[in-house]
Design a protein around this ligand. Structure first.
Ligand code: PLP
Length: 395
């Protein structure tokens, strides 16, 4: 950062970027290669063996009776929604401020997203925000955990019981987490997870469902193996090589969490030097993965989020908007219940994901924070240059 004297020294205005190699917000954790090979080797001659081993390990890990693996989180969710939705009803109550493909999953099953607001503190669906969307056509409540901390598991569980509705959790971002009620993985009718390379537990690709319901577990396995003819039944099995990768990463999970914690602590120590930005804190009173680093741009942050992210991206700091656009305001090619969600609209303008994961060093974090500081100090000049650039003037 030292060589930067003024706004014109930013990559957005033509200077060389701060990082030669992009610093991303994805995890991309790699296990010790030999450990992966050992698991892969044992799968020779016993097809499905490593995958079953992974399912056993994951059901123990999550304190759930059953684990059914899938080729992706997407198909784990689709099969679970098909299996759990109340027959004859069409609507799935779900948040709008969430993972960009969540509505696609629901639409794929032939059901209709009914988007609800999120709680301003947890940034997640809650019993309060879900209740007002429940009606005679509600087939399922889809509780999605946010990317920092957990949604209100207890409240949603009580709501689902009261209204006699099935409750499915998307727990992709809460693999390691515990909440007041216990370890994530044993709540609702089922919980869905992903083993994509960008997630906490990297299996290259993959997903799984945990549940304490034996009948549901066997129905999901039959659907996953393409042994039934219901909607969503297709060969969605997890390959043994993927299971080997996930097992190796599961063995090393605690070490990964320790590294995530170091990175998070570095952000937490450095960010308060920058006015107008707030780090979303992990709830350290229960188990947490420290995986994602999310900041809020407060009212006194001097630039728009879009311009801020453009500046960071030009420096190869791959910060991303969290989440934008929210699902209810995205053009969609399938039916959904139109919703007016002012809180979601407002929250969708305020947050950004910062670089994290195993390819981001503590020094990188210092550099990113220094860049944010530089942006704050030079905000007026940056705004002027950006306006000039937008007007097509040469600078
Ligand atoms: C990534 C993700 C999924 C989908 O998982 P894939 O394995 O990529 O299909 C579902 N839900 C959330 C919250 C996610 O972040």
């Amino acid at each position: 950062m030292n060589r930067r004297q003024s706004a014109a020294d930013l990559a957005l205005f033509g200077a060389a970027p701060l990082f030669a190699v992009p610093r991303s917000t994805s995890n991309l954790v790699q296990p010790e290669f030999e450990r992966f090979l050992d698991y892969a080797r044992t799968s020779f001659g016993q097809p499905g063996g490593t995958t079953r081993h992974l399912e056993e390990r994951l059901s123990m890990f999550h304190h759930a009776d059953y684990c059914v693996s899938f080729c992706s989180g997407f198909w784990a969710l689709a099969a679970s929604i098909v299996a759990l939705a109340r027959p004859g009803r069409r609507e799935v109550v779900m948040p709008s401020l969430t993972y960009r493909r969540m509505a696609d999953v629901v639409a794929w099953t032939g059901l209709v997203p009914h988007f609800c607001e999120v709680d301003a503190t947890t940034l997640a669906i809650s019993a309060t925000t879900a209740t007002i969307c429940i009606n005679d056509d509600t087939a399922l409540i889809l509780g999605v955990h946010p990317i920092v901390n957990c949604c209100d598991v207890q409240g949603l569980t009580e709501l689902a019981a009261q209204r006699e509705l099935p409750l499915l959790f998307d727990s992709v971002e809460s693999v390691y987490e515990s909440c007041d009620a216990g370890k994530i993985g044993g709540f609702g009718n089922a919980e869905c997870f992903s083993l994509h390379a960008s997630k906490l537990l990297n299996g290259f690709e993959g997903g799984y469902v945990t549940t304490n319901d034996a009948a549901l577990a066997s129905r999901l396995a039959a659907s996953r193996d393409g042994r039934t003819l219901e909607r969503g039944a297709l060969d969605a099995r997890l390959a043994d090589t993927h299971a080997a990768m996930a097992l190796a990463n599961l063995d090393e999970l605690d070490a990964q969490i320790a590294r995530n914690r170091e990175r998070y602590k570095r952000y937490r120590a450095a960010l308060p030097t920058v006015p107008g930005i707030r780090l979303l804190n992990f709830d350290e009173s229960s188990r947490t993965s420290y995986k994602n680093v999310v900041v809020e741009l407060l009212d006194d942050w001097p630039l728009s989020r879009a311009l801020t992210i453009d500046i960071l991206n030009a420096e190869r700091v791959l910060a991303r908007a969290y989440y934008s656009p929210p699902l209810h305001s995205k053009p969609m090619a399938y039916p959904y219940i139109p919703a007016d969600l002012p809180h979601t609209d407002e929250l969708a303008t305020r947050f950004a994901l910062m670089p994290c994961g195993d390819f981001v060093s503590l020094d990188d974090i210092d550099t990113v924070v220094a860049l944010l500081h530089f942006i704050h100090v030079n905000a007026d000049e940056i705004r002027d240059l950006a306006a000039l650039a937008a007007a097509g003037a040469s600078i």
